[in-house]
Design a protein around this ligand. Structure first.
Ligand code: BG6
Length: 479
């Protein structure tokens, strides 16, 4: 459908930007913080670890002032579970509570709406050693942690996100660092963990509604539309399979409280069905989200496993990447898409897919949507005068926001957009050189330099865009 005059973004639209605790804070073991699975992950050979990252823990006032200068209406960040509960459960760490209280005070002082992710990949290491999400004890620990956050910060925080990209942890946990190396019976384990996370999420949503009647809470999966590699019905079926496994399993459970039928039969066939305790499904059904947050970077393309179609299938490096489809022969085969450009890291750039994704989610669940991640990872260069001319990032954001505007014109109820990332931070598995921020952080993989903050060209472009509520999408910016 074409819109010749797509109109504006709604009044009060939450223009924002996102970070996560372990990727931006640093101070990994300060003031009583316990280690998380990320601190113990062994995948950062040759690139930076997560000990210092962008040092936001010590520089948050300067960072929030920059975000306020950019004009952000909301700022999405996460709370490090092991800063509050160093052992994941047990004793609460007052210094951890104090840090987030100061951070939230600072955000609110600047008139920015805090948008808080409870859990962004960084499961406390003590819980992991005790079985992590395979152990039902982690469900109770998460509920307790969530309740603590609601009690401590609920007066100032209206918008909550439960679990960031649960689907990526289940589909690509080894890439992100959340799946312990050497896990036996990987798939069966992961789908059991998935069930426990669903239960934990539902309990957090129930607790939030009981304690904070004015708050709003929702899940934050990574959702992307899935294309069939051809119009061959078998390929279309494969795309439907992968979409159910990648996307709808998670949202059907969160919103409708039931397992997606296609995925259920897939799990049954493979012997990967989770153990479900008698009250679990009733609890999952009772936890109701108020909105759906979703992260979107790239679309996926799959075919059926037919040699003549599957020639364009992804290589093993591509399959390992969290944004790409994998291959599960007879169910779906991840393919290249000749119609799309790739970024410097091989991710497909697909703004139209963004619109399709937003429309699909809204059509299925009819809940308000907010985008909590979308952005371009790139090797930025710091030029003379501490300038970063990231016109490629502006082009990516412009094209994606334009498609969002069209999605709004299509009738999608969208109340915010938070690109990744507010400032430069350490990528999940590709170091600090893969930058996403509007603000450059002066360090590299092995040299912390002075960690100074410099406004990139995209900073001023986004500032102008926010001030006009999206009207200056095509405008140039002085830099
Ligand atoms: C999402 C995560 O998967 O994508 C973020 O929620 C992550 O934590 C972002 O950083 C971009 O991925 P990457 O691998 O480029 O850092």
């Amino acid at each position: 459908m074409q819109h010749h005059n797509p109109g504006a973004f709604p009044d009060g639209f939450l223009w924002g930007a996102s970070t996560s605790a372990y990727q931006v804070e640093g101070a990994w073991n300060e003031d009583g913080k316990g280690p998380s699975v990320i601190d113990k992950a062994a995948f950062h050979d040759g690139i930076t670890d997560f000990t210092v990252t962008s040092d936001h823990y010590h520089r948050f006032r300067e960072d929030i002032a920059l975000l306020a200068e950019m004009g952000l209406k909301t700022y999405r960040f996460s709370i490090a579970w092991s800063r509050l509960y160093p052992q994941g459960d047990g004793e609460l760490n007052p210094a951890g509570v104090a840090f987030y209280q100061q951070l939230i005070d600072e955000i609110c002082r600047h008139g920015i709406e805090p948008l808080v992710t409870l859990y962004h990949f960084d499961l406390p290491w003590a819980l992991q050693q005790d079985g992590g999400w395979s152990n039902r004890r982690t469900v109770a620990a998460f509920e307790r942690f969530a309740v603590t956050c609601f009690e401590q910060f609920g007066q100032q925080v209206k918008y909550w996100l439960t679990i960031n990209e649960q689907n990526m942890m289940i589909l690509k946990g080894e890439v992100i660092g959340t799946l312990p190396p050497g896990t036996a019976d990987v798939q069966k384990t992961l789908y059991q963990q998935n069930h426990h996370m669903m239960l934990a999420q539902a309990k957090a949503m129930i607790a939030c509604h009981q304690r904070l009647p004015h708050a709003r809470i929702g899940p934050a999966p990574n959702i992307s539309c899935v294309y069939a590699a051809s119009a061959r019905p078998e390929d279309v079926l494969a795309a439907d399979n992968f979409s159910a496994i990648r996307n709808w399993l998670y949202l059907d459970l969160a919103v409708h409280g039931r397992y997606n039928n296609v995925v259920w039969s897939f799990l049954q066939q493979r012997g990967w069905l989770p153990d479900i305790a008698p009250d679990d499904m009733a609890t999952i059904a009772a936890g109701k989200p108020d909105f759906i947050a979703f992260n979107y970077y790239a679309s996926a393309t799959v075919s059926a496993d037919m040699p003549e179609v599957a020639r364009g299938e992804l290589n093993s490096k591509q399959q390992a990447d969290q944004q790409m489809a994998g291959i599960d022969r007879s169910v779906y085969v991840g393919c290249n898409n000749p119609h799309l450009q790739q970024n410097q890291f091989g991710w497909y750039i697909d703004p139209v897919g963004f619109r399709i994704t937003a429309r699909e989610i809204y059509a299925r669940y009819a809940l308000p949507l907010i985008v909590t991640e979308n952005g371009l990872g790139a090797f930025d260069t710091l030029e003379a005068g501490n300038k970063v001319y990231d016109d490629y990032r502006i082009a990516y954001l412009r094209a994606h926001i334009e498609q969002l505007r069209l999605a709004v014109a299509d009738g999608v109820e969208l109340f915010g957009y938070c690109p990744w990332s507010a400032i430069d931070l350490v990528s999940t598995h590709q170091g600090i050189s893969k930058r996403y921020g509007f603000v450059y952080v002066n360090r590299d993989e092995h040299d912390l330099k002075d960690l100074a903050r410099y406004r990139k060209k995209s900073f001023f472009w986004y500032q102008q865009l926010i001030a006009s509520n999206g009207a200056t999408l095509d405008a140039q910016v002085e830099y």
